[in-house]
Design a protein around this ligand. Structure first.
Ligand code: A3P
Length: 296
């Protein structure tokens, strides 16, 4: 077992998984007991897979393109992060989830076994968004540097890469998360998407997504409007989605909407680091043959 010097504020290990203090044990317990509604849609991602992008897309799909609300209320208030609790701000994702009207679009980064128990019984919808892990790791490194929730990481990139490969980061191992959801992908109410497909084929992906969540065939006009509103450039300048107002993120170090590209890992990884990553990947997940796309 390696030891790591970086400490997350309030970090703790819950059922074998490392969490920062904004997902305290009590909040993780309470999530298990969340009362699920039949028309709930869960967005399940590992951090940095494109969660915010999918939140904005799905919220608009579920609310028939209510752009008036989308441009007047921050996305994190419309689509609660269920295992997030900030005692300083008094923000409680679960509390918010219990208060908002249906249809709810709920965000979580949890592995399958940590999910609300009722998601296994009720006919809610679960949309899982995957992104190639080298871009996830790169994005997570920059977010660790900029966010006080993660203790504004001062270590080096090689330090972070070690932490990521060991699962010693908030919400634990990307490998465990991914294996847990890959196993669920054939359930009727689970829909697996890829960041890279969404980026390269946005309209077609939105059309399939709308079908999955029960919205049927939405008009091309509406889907194009949503795709345009949710483009990287639009979301980066839109104060309701860019998170420039979130006190914990120092956007001068690195904004949440940083690059939004496929393959930025190639500017971050050395050849040797790439080889190490590939070796660990092959050992842990190689047998699953998940079709990750690493390049545009
Ligand atoms: P990068 O750091 O590679 O730019 P999350 O929302 O899960 O925290 O993920 C953040 C990542 O998604 C960031 O990746 C961010 O730029 C990217 N992202 C956010 N909105 C996007 C959009 N509309 N299009 C493409 N990528 C987006």
């Amino acid at each position: 077992e390696k030891s790591f010097s970086h400490k997350l504020p309030g970090e703790h290990v819950y059922k074998g998984v490392l969490f920062f203090g904004y997902s305290p044990p009590g909040a993780l317990d309470a999530v298990k007991d969340l009362q699920v509604r039949e028309d709930d849609v869960f967005i399940v991602t590992y951090p940095k897979a494109g969660t915010t992008w999918l939140q904005e897309i799905l919220w608009l799909i579920m609310h028939d393109g209510d752009f008036a609300r989308a441009t007047s209320t921050p996305v994190y208030l419309r689509s609660p992060f269920i295992e997030f609790k900030d005692d300083v701000l008094g923000e409680d994702g679960l509390d918010l989830a219990n208060k908002i009207d249906s249809p709810r679009v709920l965000k979580t980064h949890l592995q399958h076994s940590f999910m609300p128990m009722e998601t296994n019984k009720k006919n809610c919808k679960i949309v899982v968004l995957f992104r190639n892990p080298k871009d996830v790791c790169t994005s997570y490194f920059h977010f660790y540097r900029s966010s006080s929730s993660f203790g504004q990481f001062k270590g080096t990139w090689p330090d972070f890469l070690d932490m990521f490969l060991a699962g010693h980061v908030d919400h634990g191992s990307w490998f465990d998360f991914t294996a847990s959801w890959w196993q669920q992908r054939n359930r009727d109410n689970v829909y697996l998407m890829y960041y890279e497909h969404l980026k390269e084929n946005t309209l077609a992906e939105l059309e399939k997504l709308a079908q999955f969540v029960g919205k049927g065939q939405l008009s091309t006009d509406l889907l194009s409007h949503i795709a345009e509103h949710c483009s990287f450039g639009q979301m980066k300048t839109n104060p309701m989605t860019n998170h420039l107002d979130v006190y914990s993120i120092n956007s001068h170090i690195s904004p949440l909407l940083r690059k939004g590209e496929i393959g930025d890992w190639r500017t971050q990884f050395t050849v040797e680091q790439d080889e190490i990553f590939n070796r660990v990947y092959a050992e842990k997940l190689g047998h699953l043959d998940i079709p990750f796309q690493y390049r545009p």
